[in-house]
Design a protein around this ligand. Structure first.
Ligand code: FES
Length: 176
């Protein structure tokens, strides 16, 4: 299996994969072992392992990705293929409060663009960016399965639905 440094061109900025591989505490390694033991095919554990690495390192950083490739006996590109598919997997640091505005049809028709622009204005960042203090990051994502209460966004694991300008203001103020 090749662990040569590679450039990932699909990301906004090319990522040079380091030689460094993430390390974890014995407790986290034991947790990873428990997940691996559940699956007859090792690569089937890719998502639970990704969430553990993301939880421990804040995002799927290059050493974390190298670790996953090694533990799962996969190529780095196999890991990136999965990591770039799911919006809940992060390829760069996210804020303490990660705002994901749904931009799919129901939300779009009911004003998700306006919700995004309110966040942009209030936080002083663009979509895909994080505030300088690391408190907030903002992204737009596909349907979060809450179409009946559009427009909506998710902040970390919480849904905020039937959003209005006033509600967005209140929510962001409460987290500032
Ligand atoms: S369209 Fe926004 S939650 Fe489904």
């Amino acid at each position: 299996m090749s662990q040569q440094p590679i450039n990932i061109q699909r990301l906004s900025q090319p990522v040079q994969m380091p030689d460094e591989i993430a390390t974890f505490s014995p407790k986290v390694e034991a947790e990873i072992d428990r997940h691996l033991a559940k699956y007859p095919v090792m690569r089937s554990a890719i998502l639970p392992l990704m969430f553990i690495v993301q939880r421990e390192r804040g995002y799927l950083d290059p050493p974390g990705v190298s670790y996953l490739a090694k533990r799962l006996n996969l190529r780095i590109t196999d890991i990136w293929e999965v990591a770039t598919f799911y919006s809940m997997l992060h390829l760069k640091p996210i804020g303490k409060y990660h705002i994901q505005v749904c931009k799919t049809l129901s939300c779009k028709l009911l004003g998700s663009d306006k919700i995004t622009q309110l966040c942009v204005k209030k936080l002083g960042i663009k979509v895909g960016e994080m505030t300088a203090d690391g408190r907030f990051s903002l992204s737009e994502v596909e349907c979060l399965g809450s179409c009946g209460t559009a427009p909506m966004f998710q902040i970390n694991f919480d849904y905020h639905e039937n959003l209005t300008a006033e509600k967005v203001d209140q929510i962001l103020e409460s987290l500032a």
